[in-house]
Design a protein around this ligand. Sequence first.
Ligand SMILES: Cc1cc2nc3c(=O)[nH]c(=O)nc-3n(C[C@H](O)[C@H](O)[C@H](O)COP(=O)(O)OP(=O)(O)OC[C@H]3O[C@@H](n4cnc5c(N)ncnc54)[C@H](O)[C@@H]3O)c2cc1C
Ligand code: SF4
Length: 348
Amino acid sequence: MSTSVMVIGAGPAGLQAASTLSHLGFDVTVVEQQQYLGGAVARHQYQVLMPDFSSGPELLRHLIERVNEDPHIKIYTGTSVEDVSESRDIFSITLSGAHAETIQSHAVVLATGFDHFNPARDGKYGYGIFPDVITGAELEEMFAKGPIRRPSNGEVPQSVAFIYCVGSRDRQVGNTYCSRVCCAVSAKQSIELREQLPKARISMFYMDVRTYGLWEDSLYWRSQEEAGVVYVKGRIAEVTEQHGRPVLKGEDTLVRGPFEWPFDLIVLAAGMEPSRGTHDMAKKFQVSLESHGFIKQAHTIHNASLTDHPGVFVAGAASGPKAIEDSIAEGDVASLAVFDYLKAKVTL
Ligand SMILES: Cc1cc2nc3c(=O)[nH]c(=O)nc-3n(C[C@H](O)[C@H](O)[C@H](O)COP(=O)(O)OP(=O)(O)OC[C@H]3O[C@@H](n4cnc5c(N)ncnc54)[C@H](O)[C@@H]3O)c2cc1C
Ligand code: SF4
Protein backbone atom coordinates (compact mmCIF):
# COMPACT_ATOMS: atom_id res chain seq x y z
CA MET A 1 0.00 0.00 0.00
CA SER A 2 1.37 3.41 -0.93
CA THR A 3 1.32 6.08 1.73
CA SER A 4 -1.94 7.88 1.39
CA VAL A 5 -3.39 10.95 3.03
CA MET A 6 -6.95 12.21 2.89
CA VAL A 7 -7.70 15.92 2.81
CA ILE A 8 -11.27 16.78 3.74
CA GLY A 9 -12.47 20.11 2.36
CA ALA A 10 -11.26 21.78 -0.85
CA GLY A 11 -11.11 25.44 0.12
CA PRO A 12 -7.81 27.35 -0.04
CA ALA A 13 -6.38 25.42 2.94
CA GLY A 14 -7.31 21.96 1.64
CA LEU A 15 -6.19 22.62 -1.94
CA GLN A 16 -2.82 23.90 -0.72
CA ALA A 17 -2.41 20.92 1.62
CA ALA A 18 -3.21 18.47 -1.19
CA SER A 19 -0.63 19.97 -3.51
CA THR A 20 2.12 20.11 -0.89
CA LEU A 21 1.40 16.58 0.36
CA SER A 22 1.77 15.32 -3.19
CA HIS A 23 5.11 17.15 -3.53
CA LEU A 24 6.21 15.42 -0.35
CA GLY A 25 5.54 12.04 -1.99
CA PHE A 26 2.11 11.05 -0.72
CA ASP A 27 -0.91 9.83 -2.63
CA VAL A 28 -3.68 12.24 -1.79
CA THR A 29 -7.47 11.98 -1.91
CA VAL A 30 -9.38 15.23 -1.57
CA VAL A 31 -12.97 14.85 -0.40
CA GLU A 32 -15.23 17.85 -0.96
CA GLN A 33 -18.95 17.82 -0.19
CA GLN A 34 -19.78 20.47 -2.81
CA GLN A 35 -19.66 19.95 -6.56
CA TYR A 36 -17.03 22.69 -6.92
CA LEU A 37 -13.56 23.40 -5.54
CA GLY A 38 -12.37 26.58 -3.82
CA GLY A 39 -14.45 26.82 -0.63
CA ALA A 40 -15.80 30.24 0.34
CA VAL A 41 -13.78 32.00 -2.36
CA ALA A 42 -15.71 30.06 -5.02
CA ARG A 43 -19.04 30.00 -3.17
CA HIS A 44 -19.23 33.79 -2.89
CA GLN A 45 -17.23 34.51 -6.05
CA TYR A 46 -14.74 36.84 -4.36
CA GLN A 47 -13.40 38.93 -7.25
CA VAL A 48 -10.89 41.14 -5.48
CA LEU A 49 -9.05 39.86 -2.43
CA MET A 50 -8.08 41.59 0.76
CA PRO A 51 -5.36 42.65 1.59
CA ASP A 52 -3.63 43.25 -1.75
CA PHE A 53 -6.58 43.64 -4.18
CA SER A 54 -5.35 40.62 -6.14
CA SER A 55 -7.76 38.55 -8.22
CA GLY A 56 -9.93 35.90 -6.52
CA PRO A 57 -10.59 33.97 -9.76
CA GLU A 58 -6.84 33.89 -10.50
CA LEU A 59 -6.05 32.53 -7.05
CA LEU A 60 -8.68 29.82 -7.55
CA ARG A 61 -7.34 28.96 -10.99
CA HIS A 62 -3.85 28.58 -9.55
CA LEU A 63 -4.94 26.40 -6.62
CA ILE A 64 -7.30 24.24 -8.70
CA GLU A 65 -5.05 23.72 -11.73
CA ARG A 66 -2.26 22.40 -9.54
CA VAL A 67 -4.43 19.70 -7.98
CA ASN A 68 -6.23 18.82 -11.22
CA GLU A 69 -2.96 18.33 -13.10
CA ASP A 70 -1.31 16.26 -10.38
CA PRO A 71 -1.45 12.48 -11.05
CA HIS A 72 -0.98 11.76 -7.33
CA ILE A 73 -4.10 13.65 -6.30
CA LYS A 74 -7.62 12.24 -6.63
CA ILE A 75 -10.42 14.77 -6.32
CA TYR A 76 -13.78 13.53 -5.07
CA THR A 77 -16.39 16.29 -5.23
CA GLY A 78 -20.02 15.77 -4.20
CA THR A 79 -18.70 13.33 -1.60
CA SER A 80 -18.99 13.11 2.18
CA VAL A 81 -17.43 11.02 4.93
CA GLU A 82 -19.96 8.52 6.21
CA ASP A 83 -18.01 6.46 8.67
CA VAL A 84 -14.50 6.22 10.13
CA SER A 85 -12.71 3.39 11.90
CA GLU A 86 -9.08 3.07 12.88
CA SER A 87 -6.82 0.10 13.30
CA ARG A 88 -3.04 0.11 13.80
CA ASP A 89 -2.81 3.78 12.91
CA ILE A 90 -4.62 3.33 9.60
CA PHE A 91 -7.96 5.02 9.04
CA SER A 92 -10.69 3.22 7.09
CA ILE A 93 -12.87 5.98 5.74
CA THR A 94 -16.20 5.13 4.14
CA LEU A 95 -17.43 7.75 1.71
CA SER A 96 -20.93 8.44 0.42
CA GLY A 97 -22.25 10.46 -2.49
CA ALA A 98 -20.54 10.60 -5.88
CA HIS A 99 -17.66 8.31 -4.74
CA ALA A 100 -19.17 5.73 -2.40
CA GLU A 101 -16.17 3.60 -1.43
CA THR A 102 -13.93 2.83 1.54
CA ILE A 103 -10.43 4.29 1.51
CA GLN A 104 -7.46 3.43 3.72
CA SER A 105 -5.53 6.46 4.84
CA HIS A 106 -2.38 6.89 6.95
CA ALA A 107 -3.27 10.43 7.96
CA VAL A 108 -6.05 12.96 7.55
CA VAL A 109 -6.07 16.74 7.16
CA LEU A 110 -9.32 18.43 8.20
CA ALA A 111 -9.75 21.60 6.13
CA THR A 112 -13.48 21.93 6.57
CA GLY A 113 -13.53 25.71 6.97
CA PHE A 114 -16.23 28.01 8.26
CA ASP A 115 -19.83 29.06 7.75
CA HIS A 116 -21.02 32.66 7.75
CA PHE A 117 -22.97 33.76 10.78
CA ASN A 118 -26.59 34.10 9.67
CA PRO A 119 -27.71 37.58 10.85
CA ALA A 120 -31.37 36.49 10.80
CA ARG A 121 -30.48 34.74 14.07
CA ASP A 122 -30.18 38.19 15.65
CA GLY A 123 -33.39 40.00 14.74
CA LYS A 124 -32.10 43.53 15.40
CA TYR A 125 -30.51 44.02 11.98
CA GLY A 126 -33.67 43.37 9.95
CA TYR A 127 -31.79 40.85 7.81
CA GLY A 128 -34.20 38.66 5.85
CA ILE A 129 -36.93 41.26 6.46
CA PHE A 130 -35.66 44.41 4.71
CA PRO A 131 -34.29 43.60 1.23
CA ASP A 132 -31.69 46.38 1.34
CA VAL A 133 -29.94 44.79 4.32
CA ILE A 134 -27.36 42.34 2.96
CA THR A 135 -24.25 40.54 4.22
CA GLY A 136 -20.65 41.13 3.19
CA ALA A 137 -20.68 37.78 1.38
CA GLU A 138 -23.74 38.90 -0.61
CA LEU A 139 -21.94 42.13 -1.49
CA GLU A 140 -19.06 40.01 -2.86
CA GLU A 141 -21.61 38.20 -5.05
CA MET A 142 -23.00 41.58 -6.20
CA PHE A 143 -19.49 42.70 -7.21
CA ALA A 144 -19.15 39.47 -9.22
CA LYS A 145 -22.52 39.63 -10.97
CA GLY A 146 -22.79 43.23 -12.04
CA PRO A 147 -23.27 46.79 -10.96
CA ILE A 148 -24.22 47.52 -7.36
CA ARG A 149 -27.95 48.14 -7.06
CA ARG A 150 -30.47 48.25 -4.24
CA PRO A 151 -32.15 44.81 -4.10
CA SER A 152 -35.51 46.43 -3.30
CA ASN A 153 -35.88 48.59 -6.41
CA GLY A 154 -32.80 48.21 -8.62
CA GLU A 155 -31.70 51.82 -8.05
CA VAL A 156 -28.10 52.94 -7.62
CA PRO A 157 -27.51 53.38 -3.85
CA GLN A 158 -26.61 56.92 -2.79
CA SER A 159 -25.72 55.93 0.77
CA VAL A 160 -24.23 52.73 2.13
CA ALA A 161 -23.60 51.74 5.75
CA PHE A 162 -21.45 48.85 6.96
CA ILE A 163 -22.16 47.40 10.41
CA TYR A 164 -19.15 45.69 11.98
CA CYS A 165 -19.00 42.71 14.35
CA VAL A 166 -22.32 41.16 13.30
CA GLY A 167 -22.38 37.79 15.04
CA SER A 168 -18.86 38.27 16.43
CA ARG A 169 -17.75 39.73 19.77
CA ASP A 170 -21.35 39.42 20.83
CA ARG A 171 -22.18 37.59 24.03
CA GLN A 172 -25.89 37.67 23.31
CA VAL A 173 -25.56 35.52 20.19
CA GLY A 174 -22.92 33.39 21.91
CA ASN A 175 -19.92 34.28 19.72
CA THR A 176 -17.45 36.10 21.93
CA TYR A 177 -14.51 35.88 19.52
CA CYS A 178 -13.37 38.34 16.84
CA SER A 179 -13.68 37.03 13.27
CA ARG A 180 -10.39 38.70 12.34
CA VAL A 181 -11.00 39.44 8.67
CA CYS A 182 -14.27 41.41 8.53
CA CYS A 183 -12.86 44.86 9.38
CA ALA A 184 -10.31 44.52 6.61
CA VAL A 185 -12.74 42.91 4.16
CA SER A 186 -15.25 45.75 4.78
CA ALA A 187 -12.56 48.39 4.22
CA LYS A 188 -11.60 46.64 0.97
CA GLN A 189 -15.26 46.52 -0.08
CA SER A 190 -15.72 50.24 0.70
CA ILE A 191 -12.78 51.08 -1.57
CA GLU A 192 -14.28 48.92 -4.34
CA LEU A 193 -17.69 50.52 -3.81
CA ARG A 194 -16.21 54.00 -4.15
CA GLU A 195 -15.03 53.13 -7.67
CA GLN A 196 -18.60 52.25 -8.66
CA LEU A 197 -20.38 54.91 -6.60
CA PRO A 198 -18.27 58.09 -6.78
CA LYS A 199 -20.88 60.26 -5.06
CA ALA A 200 -22.34 57.91 -2.48
CA ARG A 201 -22.04 58.48 1.28
CA ILE A 202 -20.24 55.43 2.68
CA SER A 203 -20.15 55.00 6.47
CA MET A 204 -18.65 52.33 8.71
CA PHE A 205 -20.24 51.69 12.13
CA TYR A 206 -17.69 49.96 14.33
CA MET A 207 -16.91 48.97 17.92
CA ASP A 208 -13.16 48.80 17.18
CA VAL A 209 -11.34 48.69 13.88
CA ARG A 210 -9.04 45.67 13.66
CA THR A 211 -7.19 46.01 10.37
CA TYR A 212 -4.20 44.61 12.17
CA GLY A 213 -0.54 44.36 11.17
CA LEU A 214 0.37 45.58 7.72
CA TRP A 215 -3.27 46.04 6.65
CA GLU A 216 -3.69 49.35 8.45
CA ASP A 217 -2.32 51.63 5.71
CA SER A 218 -3.53 49.80 2.62
CA LEU A 219 -7.08 49.30 3.90
CA TYR A 220 -8.08 51.42 6.91
CA TRP A 221 -6.31 54.67 6.03
CA ARG A 222 -6.78 54.22 2.30
CA SER A 223 -10.54 53.80 2.72
CA GLN A 224 -10.71 57.10 4.64
CA GLU A 225 -8.14 59.19 2.83
CA GLU A 226 -8.59 58.01 -0.76
CA ALA A 227 -12.14 56.70 -0.79
CA GLY A 228 -13.64 59.28 1.60
CA VAL A 229 -15.26 56.65 3.79
CA VAL A 230 -16.50 57.91 7.17
CA TYR A 231 -15.92 55.83 10.32
CA VAL A 232 -18.42 56.20 13.19
CA LYS A 233 -17.70 54.52 16.53
CA GLY A 234 -21.12 53.45 17.60
CA ARG A 235 -23.43 50.90 19.09
CA ILE A 236 -26.25 49.74 16.86
CA ALA A 237 -29.57 49.29 18.65
CA GLU A 238 -31.65 48.17 15.65
CA VAL A 239 -32.42 48.54 11.98
CA THR A 240 -35.97 49.57 11.12
CA GLU A 241 -37.52 50.79 7.85
CA GLN A 242 -39.12 54.07 6.83
CA HIS A 243 -40.41 55.01 3.38
CA GLY A 244 -38.85 51.90 1.88
CA ARG A 245 -35.33 52.59 3.23
CA PRO A 246 -33.57 50.83 6.12
CA VAL A 247 -32.93 53.12 9.08
CA LEU A 248 -29.98 52.63 11.39
CA LYS A 249 -30.64 53.48 15.03
CA GLY A 250 -27.88 53.65 17.59
CA GLU A 251 -25.52 55.74 19.62
CA ASP A 252 -22.33 57.47 18.55
CA THR A 253 -20.12 56.44 21.46
CA LEU A 254 -17.47 59.13 20.82
CA VAL A 255 -19.79 62.16 20.88
CA ARG A 256 -22.25 60.28 23.09
CA GLY A 257 -25.32 61.07 21.07
CA PRO A 258 -28.10 58.94 19.58
CA PHE A 259 -28.51 58.75 15.80
CA GLU A 260 -31.24 57.58 13.47
CA TRP A 261 -30.09 57.63 9.86
CA PRO A 262 -31.67 56.15 6.74
CA PHE A 263 -29.42 54.41 4.18
CA ASP A 264 -30.08 52.97 0.73
CA LEU A 265 -28.05 49.86 1.44
CA ILE A 266 -26.79 48.29 4.68
CA VAL A 267 -23.98 45.72 4.61
CA LEU A 268 -23.58 43.46 7.63
CA ALA A 269 -20.01 42.36 8.27
CA ALA A 270 -21.19 38.91 9.38
CA GLY A 271 -18.55 36.86 11.14
CA MET A 272 -17.20 33.36 10.74
CA GLU A 273 -18.51 30.34 12.63
CA PRO A 274 -17.23 26.77 12.64
CA SER A 275 -18.87 25.01 9.70
CA ARG A 276 -21.32 22.19 10.22
CA GLY A 277 -18.80 19.98 8.37
CA THR A 278 -16.11 20.97 10.88
CA HIS A 279 -18.30 19.81 13.78
CA ASP A 280 -19.28 16.67 11.96
CA MET A 281 -15.70 15.69 11.08
CA ALA A 282 -14.42 16.53 14.57
CA LYS A 283 -16.92 14.00 15.90
CA LYS A 284 -16.18 11.32 13.32
CA PHE A 285 -12.38 11.64 13.72
CA GLN A 286 -12.62 12.12 17.49
CA VAL A 287 -10.80 15.42 17.81
CA SER A 288 -11.67 17.98 20.48
CA LEU A 289 -13.21 21.37 19.84
CA GLU A 290 -12.07 24.53 21.58
CA SER A 291 -14.56 26.60 23.57
CA HIS A 292 -16.06 28.41 20.53
CA GLY A 293 -16.61 25.21 18.56
CA PHE A 294 -13.60 25.34 16.23
CA ILE A 295 -11.17 22.40 16.10
CA LYS A 296 -8.79 22.60 19.01
CA GLN A 297 -5.13 23.06 18.16
CA ALA A 298 -3.24 20.81 20.53
CA HIS A 299 -0.13 23.04 20.52
CA THR A 300 -1.11 26.47 19.18
CA ILE A 301 2.37 27.94 19.28
CA HIS A 302 4.40 24.80 18.62
CA ASN A 303 2.50 23.71 15.50
CA ALA A 304 -0.85 25.12 14.32
CA SER A 305 -1.97 21.90 12.64
CA LEU A 306 -1.77 19.34 15.44
CA THR A 307 -5.06 18.10 16.91
CA ASP A 308 -5.34 15.95 20.00
CA HIS A 309 -5.78 12.82 17.85
CA PRO A 310 -2.51 11.46 16.39
CA GLY A 311 -2.74 11.19 12.60
CA VAL A 312 -5.48 13.83 12.32
CA PHE A 313 -4.35 17.35 11.38
CA VAL A 314 -6.18 20.63 10.84
CA ALA A 315 -5.64 23.57 8.46
CA GLY A 316 -7.40 26.84 7.73
CA ALA A 317 -10.58 28.30 9.17
CA ALA A 318 -11.61 24.96 10.68
CA SER A 319 -9.43 25.87 13.68
CA GLY A 320 -10.58 29.51 13.94
CA PRO A 321 -11.32 32.62 11.87
CA LYS A 322 -8.49 33.53 9.56
CA ALA A 323 -7.58 35.08 6.20
CA ILE A 324 -6.77 33.22 3.02
CA GLU A 325 -3.04 33.87 3.36
CA ASP A 326 -2.99 32.16 6.76
CA SER A 327 -5.26 29.36 5.58
CA ILE A 328 -2.94 28.58 2.69
CA ALA A 329 0.11 28.79 4.95
CA GLU A 330 -1.56 26.31 7.31
CA GLY A 331 -2.13 23.94 4.39
CA ASP A 332 1.68 23.77 4.17
CA VAL A 333 2.13 23.53 7.94
CA ALA A 334 -0.27 20.59 8.09
CA SER A 335 1.50 18.83 5.18
CA LEU A 336 4.88 19.08 6.89
CA ALA A 337 3.36 17.86 10.15
CA VAL A 338 1.91 14.86 8.28
CA PHE A 339 5.37 14.18 6.83
CA ASP A 340 6.94 14.39 10.27
CA TYR A 341 4.31 12.05 11.72
CA LEU A 342 4.51 9.45 8.95
CA LYS A 343 8.24 9.35 8.37
CA ALA A 344 8.69 7.44 11.59
CA LYS A 345 5.90 4.96 10.73
CA VAL A 346 6.11 4.09 7.04
CA THR A 347 8.75 3.98 4.33
CA LEU A 348 8.45 7.10 2.25
C1 LIG B 1 -17.41 38.04 3.32
C2 LIG B 1 -16.05 37.47 3.44
C3 LIG B 1 -15.07 37.89 2.55
C4 LIG B 1 -13.76 37.41 2.68
N1 LIG B 1 -12.80 37.92 1.86
C5 LIG B 1 -11.51 37.58 2.09
C6 LIG B 1 -10.46 38.20 1.38
O1 LIG B 1 -10.69 39.06 0.52
N2 LIG B 1 -9.19 37.85 1.67
C7 LIG B 1 -8.91 36.92 2.66
O2 LIG B 1 -7.73 36.65 2.92
N3 LIG B 1 -9.89 36.28 3.33
C8 LIG B 1 -11.18 36.60 3.07
N4 LIG B 1 -12.16 35.97 3.77
C9 LIG B 1 -11.80 34.79 4.61
C10 LIG B 1 -11.70 33.53 3.69
O3 LIG B 1 -12.97 33.24 3.16
C11 LIG B 1 -11.14 32.35 4.49
O4 LIG B 1 -9.86 32.69 4.97
C12 LIG B 1 -10.95 31.10 3.64
O5 LIG B 1 -12.09 30.81 2.86
C13 LIG B 1 -10.63 29.91 4.56
O6 LIG B 1 -10.29 28.83 3.75
P1 LIG B 1 -10.54 27.32 4.23
O7 LIG B 1 -10.04 26.46 3.14
O8 LIG B 1 -9.99 27.13 5.58
O9 LIG B 1 -12.13 27.19 4.40
P2 LIG B 1 -13.37 27.33 3.35
O10 LIG B 1 -13.07 28.35 2.32
O11 LIG B 1 -14.56 27.49 4.22
O12 LIG B 1 -13.42 25.90 2.66
C14 LIG B 1 -13.81 24.73 3.37
C15 LIG B 1 -14.28 23.68 2.38
O13 LIG B 1 -14.55 22.49 3.10
C16 LIG B 1 -15.74 21.92 2.60
N5 LIG B 1 -16.29 21.05 3.65
C17 LIG B 1 -16.77 21.42 4.85
N6 LIG B 1 -17.17 20.34 5.54
C18 LIG B 1 -16.94 19.26 4.77
C19 LIG B 1 -17.15 17.86 4.94
N7 LIG B 1 -17.64 17.35 6.08
N8 LIG B 1 -16.81 17.02 3.92
C20 LIG B 1 -16.30 17.53 2.77
N9 LIG B 1 -16.08 18.84 2.55
C21 LIG B 1 -16.39 19.70 3.55
C22 LIG B 1 -16.61 23.11 2.27
O14 LIG B 1 -17.65 22.75 1.36
C23 LIG B 1 -15.57 24.06 1.67
O15 LIG B 1 -15.43 23.85 0.28
C24 LIG B 1 -13.45 36.43 3.67
C25 LIG B 1 -14.44 35.97 4.53
C26 LIG B 1 -15.71 36.51 4.47
C27 LIG B 1 -16.70 36.09 5.49
S1 SF4 C 1 -12.53 41.77 12.45
FE1 SF4 C 1 -13.52 43.72 12.97
S2 SF4 C 1 -15.69 43.45 12.35
FE2 SF4 C 1 -14.76 41.44 12.45
S3 SF4 C 1 -15.27 40.73 14.50
FE3 SF4 C 1 -13.20 41.61 14.60
S4 SF4 C 1 -13.51 43.73 15.21
FE4 SF4 C 1 -15.50 42.94 14.53
